[in-house]
Ligand binder design. Sequence first.
Ligand SMILES: Nc1nc2c(c(=O)[nH]1)N(C=O)[C@@H](CNc1ccc(C(=O)N[C@@H](CCC(=O)O)C(=O)O)cc1)CN2
Ligand SMILES: Nc1ncnc2c1ncn2[C@@H]1O[C@H](COP(=O)(O)OP(=O)(O)OP(=O)(O)O)[C@@H](O)[C@H]1O
Length: 189
Amino acid sequence: MTQSKKELRKVMRDRLRRVSPAGQTRRNTAICTRIAVLPQYKKAGRIMAYLNMPGEASLDGLMEQAIREGRQVYVPRCVGPGRMEAVLLPSVAAAETGAYGIRTAPEGSLAADPADLDMILIPGLAFDVWGHRLGRGAGFYDRFLQSLRPAGMLAVAWDMQIVPLVPIEAHDVIIPSVLTETRYITQLK
Ligand SMILES: Nc1nc2c(c(=O)[nH]1)N(C=O)[C@@H](CNc1ccc(C(=O)N[C@@H](CCC(=O)O)C(=O)O)cc1)CN2
Ligand SMILES: Nc1ncnc2c1ncn2[C@@H]1O[C@H](COP(=O)(O)OP(=O)(O)OP(=O)(O)O)[C@@H](O)[C@H]1O
């Protein structure tokens, strides 16, 4: 791994730690509202989102709403070194603590065929306007997204996570669109 990825992770962790709970809530509410009105989201019957770790935008409100609307919502479950699955979440309240202390779907939840997902909402520590993503350094999303359609992928972040340039390596998957509380940056035509 390049040293600069490591350095940027540290900078981002420090920056994200400083956001007040009220500031987080305000940003998260705006983000959930903005995703909910996207045409692509409105059409999506099978959505992969994520249960946030500290310093990530929370999609809990959006996921609850989507489940109430009868859509299938999936979240990551770590199943091996660098390998994850998308497992069906019956409700946000039903989430249990899994690997790395991250909430995930209860034991025995069905895994999706990743190719069947209409939309994949992707967390990260930092993104740039070219869709480069800095993750937590285990390569879970790079492997998971490797052979999937870019059109269904949407990165989700707070404004402060958009940086001038994310250092990338050959295996890094480009995420064609990024949504924040104020911006929607897309490479898609
Ligand atoms: N909300 C959420 N869920 C997710 C991810 C994510 O980024 N966000 N993941 C996306 O990948 C997977 C989990 N990935 C993780 C990767 C690393 C660490 C972690 O704790 N890393 C250590 C350093 C490890 C090391 O280098 O030895 C650390 O951050 O201190 C945690 C989760 C699956 N679920
Ligand atoms: N498609 C892949 N095939 C094999 N190895 C991979 C692949 N993608 C990433 N890796 C390996 O995984 C490790 C972590 O990659 P990287 O630093 O890009 O993770 P990340 O995207 O920041 O993490 P995460 O997706 O877990 O948030 C690297 O050592 C890389 O070589």
